[in-house]
Design a protein around this ligand. Structure first.
Ligand code: NI
Length: 169
């Protein structure tokens, strides 16, 4: 947080299926796995292209955590399907060690392409919808603290959730 690249608007990917795009996605997957993240956007590794990845697999230690299919989403477009907003905690690999309560729409449709150019068209709710909004915000230079409405619910992981293992987006 504070790096100027994270405040910029990313550019659409012009060529789907290119070796450059596949290399970018491979680098992003490696970073997300190394940091145990739930999602990552290209600007977070310094690339101003409209590419996000996300996914959360079932973890027996967190039986309540919703599963999100692993997805590579290029040139995403979001359409909110409700005006209903829900507040929940978020963390971000670009705001390490912190959590904040962020309001997000509870249901949306997202479209775009995978790295090979195959179209993606899905409806998502709950945590899945939250992760998509968080990642796509990165493409417009927005970090989650800018979405917060109550900064009293912003703090350090070890103070808010002592001893818990958390995933960042
Ligand atoms: Ni993030």
């Amino acid at each position: 947080m504070g790096h100027p690249v994270l405040r910029e608007k990313s550019k659409p990917v012009e060529k789907l299926g290119s070796p450059e795009l596949k290399q970018l996605v491979a680098d992003m997957k490696e970073t997300m796995a190394a940091k145990n993240g739930a999602g990552l956007a290209a600007p977070q590794i310094g690339v101003l292209q409209r590419v996000v990845i996300f996914g959360v697999s079932r973890n027996p230690r967190y039986p309540d955590a919703e599963e999100v299919p692993f997805t590579v989403l290029v040139n995403p477009k979001l359409q909110m399907l409700t005006r209903e907003v829900e507040e929940d905690w978020e963390g971000c690999l670009s705001v390490p060690g912190m959590r904040g309560v962020v309001p997000r729409y509870t249901k949306l449709r997202y479209t775009g392409f995978d790295e090979d150019g195959n179209p993606i068209d899905r409806v998502a709710e709950g945590f899945h919808a939250r992760v998509v909004q968080h990642e796509c915000d990165h493409l417009d230079g927005i970090l989650y603290p800018q979405r917060m409405t109550d900064l009293s619910r912003f703090g350090f992981n070890e103070e808010l959730f002592p001893g818990e293992e958390l995933v960042d987006e």
